[in-house]
Design a protein around this ligand. Sequence first.
Ligand code: DGT
Ligand code: CA
Ligand code: CA
Ligand code: ZN
Length: 576
Amino acid sequence: MAEVLEEIALLLELKDENPFKIRAYRQGAEVVRNFEDDIVERARANELNGIKGIGDALRDKLHELATTGTLEFHQNLRAEFPDGLFELFDVQGLGPKKIKLLHSELGVGSIADLKRVCEEGKVAGLSGFGKKTEQKILEELARRDSFADTYLLGAVSPIVSDLLETLRTHPEIGLVAVAGSFRRAKETVHDLDFLVSTKEPALVCEDFTTLPQVASVIACGETKASVRLTNGLQCDLRAVSNEQFPFALMYFTGSKEHNVAIRSLALKKGWSLNEYGFTPAENAKQSEEIPADIHEERDIYQALGLRYIEPELRENRGEIEAAADDDLPRLVALENLRGTFHNHSTASDGTNTLEEMAEAAMELGLQYLGIADHSKASFQANGLDEDRLFAQVSKIRELNETYQNFRLFAGSEVDIHKDGTLDFADEILAQLDYCVVSVHNVFNLPEDEMTRRLCRAMENEHVTMLGHPTGRLLLKRDGYALDMTRIIDCAAETRTIIELNCNPRRLDMDWRWWKRARDKGVLCSINPDAHSTDGLHHLGIGVRVARKGWLRRLDVLNTRSAADVAAFLAKPKAER
Ligand code: DGT
Ligand code: CA
Ligand code: CA
Ligand code: ZN
């Protein structure tokens, strides 16, 4: 209902309607979104009288929408514009005013149209546009293309759980697994790869294509099917026998590079390896006897003289050599976490209070929770000044008196200024339990200057950890220019912890850097950067990415007990 109102506001804007009217729809959308009760139920029963922000006209429209599922006014309005026009609202940098001009002057009604008129140089001539804007739009369109068909690991996780559960209930299906980049915990994935064992592969494939989650069928055969879900995500299914299952699981888990290296190990033994099993290799000079007893992936690795390699590590980045030398890390697990740092509350831009955040952490079985609300320079996030910070610290100390076997750590997510100085003075920071430092503005410094900015912050005695080091937002914007090897070296020298920010958009520091950091003795803190109690659940994704970065329990600060963490934080940095 909120989206419909929102869209009406946009369409009225395109039509140059009365701004008061437009505002009323926007406000209505906001009211609907924040409504405490079941708004659909109330609208259906026509009980929306007297709600602030919902006048009579809006009330009747919401009633129509709730009872019929559509709104005639909205449909008629929509019919005045081409369908593709709505895609344009997704393009960053294009507001209703610009879209209106593009539509009325150049007849742009879709993203494809927009691309064409930009390439033809027609956009630069529009009033309020210019050559630079035209170039910016083209860059934005190219960026969107490069992100097409790419999904966040965190966003697909619930879909995967849901589909796995559905597949398990099928009477003809035995084993069920998800493979591919999802199983390897890549930060983004292009499609999902499901694998099942069955004696009725064709039937299972057909049933897969008729699941309610499926929007369209790409292919359906005897042993495989591909579908597209309603959100556009492609899902592949392979149906194999029980005997083939471990081979298929290993093959479809990948990575391709890992598989290639494994296959060449098999060839050295005179075996050819594919998704169905081992067979004698053609033209092999000599051939060892093909192992018969293969029930799980572990047995395949063992047959090749390797320890079992966890899926997260299968990127051919040294894991095969380590498996041969019995030198694989024992990876950190979610159940190892005892607490976590870098969480927000209503004091800055979070949606839950200190008490609610603490309660949620206890429910997750954590012993402690670090609070780190924004500092004053992040005014857009309602950052705390010194007075509000101290009030929060007192409140935290009071709350701690009331808890048994749980504690809040009082911290701050302090802005790093352009020159590497911090948003709070040392005397202030000295009174906190810990301190996270992050960059939230001036992203466009040259690499060397940005690197020096972060290093200067890490050199501060009161700085416990560096938050979301590169500032990247996956599928939105790249991180700022940074020399990561220098950042890691500086963290090691200054005994500053680096955060693995678990927000699915961030997953920052990137997994590719963690082994290096760990080998230099840099500690990791797996932090959800939670802005609500729900946000704490991102820890699960963070742990998977930490595993992908070869991290062990001992490499992660928040696997330690509350008492150990308190003792750690009490020591001067140089002795940590
Ligand atoms: P993505 O792009 O996020 O879907 O990444 P993956 O790794 O899931 O790639 P996908 O879905 O194309 O294939 C799943 C796995 O199947 C892949 O990790 C390895 C295996 N695979 C696919 N094609 C080939 C191939 O041509 N050669 C080998 N050796 N393995 C392949
Ligand atoms: Ca895939
Ligand atoms: Ca695939
Ligand atoms: Zn931040």
